[in-house]
Design a binder for this molecule. Structure first.
Ligand code: HPA
Length: 273
């Protein structure tokens, strides 16, 4: 088991000296969705590069900033700049933003990401509420991280993701007249996109969307007793489902097109939380 408290004590101390308030809700912004941070009132921003030993993001569309912001009278901790496993970081590095959220006393976390659509009813630009995760290929790392036996991990999977938050997000989508898909998010380690054959296998086993993040953050947040919800922005047809060659640029372009809808859904969800 890794002692994350000890590993990141410096960072926690550095942030605690600067925070303007104790946040209630943490929002982690996925690839191409970082602009949301500019659509709410920012009270204080901390560049992650100013924090001692904070892992640097190497991915385009992931500026490293921690924002203390307000919207609809709610105090937010917004993380711009996810840390990915495929960048070569350890899982204990990848969950650092979640660890900070827990240490800052956030009670709820909303994870967002870009994902490839597998479900034939999904198209690029759709938003999907994550109903469940497939984390099979990363369970061992997660278990090592939180130091529970697999059995304990299984038994702790109650109300995960949070039914309460999911219902609020569904209500928010209805009020904003946004079509919200629902489905299972299948984690792949990357760094390359999947092969068409892998996607056919994932489809067979019930995966609706595929991506390279979020799963370990969700498990760790749940373990740290935060209520968890997660939303995927379907940025592309998964490999083999369209003649287009998959690229990070396509992911970024779709996220850019969808950002107004995404902003509306997240804002309304925050209002209802
Ligand atoms: N696969 C994996 N990760 C992704 C994809 C995809 O198709 N799109 C965005 N992130």
């Amino acid at each position: 088991m890794i002692n994350i408290n000890a590993k990141y004590r410096n960072i926690i101390e550095a942030i605690k000296d600067e925070i303007p308030f104790e946040p209630e809700i943490c929002i982690i912004l996925g690839s191409g969705l970082g602009d949301f941070a500019n659509k709410v009132e920012t009270i204080k921003s901390i560049s992650t590069s100013s924090l001692p030993s904070y892992p640097l993001s190497t991915v385009q569309g992931h500026n490293g900033n921690l924002h203390f912001s307000k919207y609809a009278n709610k105090k937010l901790f917004i993380v711009q700049g996810r840390i990915h496993f495929y960048e070569g970081y350890k899982i204990s590095d990848c969950v650092l933003p979640v660890h900070l959220a827990a240490k800052l006393n956030c009670k709820k976390i909303l994870l967002t990401n870009a994902a490839g659509g597998i479900n034939p009813n999904f198209a690029p630009g759709d938003l999907m509420l994550i109903r469940s995760f497939v984390a099979l290929n990363i369970k061992k790392e997660i278990t090592n991280l939180i130091g529970l036996s697999s059995l304990e991990l299984r038994n702790s999977m109650i109300d995960f993701p949070s039914e309460e938050l999911n219902n609020l997000i569904i209500k928010a989508a209805l009020e904003e007249k946004i079509n919200l898909c629902e489905g299972t998010y299948w984690f792949t380690k990357g760094p390359s996109y999947e092969t068409p054959a892998e996607i056919r296998m994932i489809a067979k086993y019930g995966g609706d969307a595929v991506g390279m993040s979020t799963v370990h953050e969700a498990f760790y947040a749940h373990y740290m007793k935060l209520k968890v919800a997660a939303i995927s922005c379907i940025t592309n047809f998964a490999a083999g489902l369209s003649p287009n060659k998959l690229s990070h640029q396509e992911v970024m372009d779709t996220a850019e097109k969808v950002k107004n809808k995404f902003e509306k859904l997240i804002k309304k969800s925050i209002e209802l939380m």
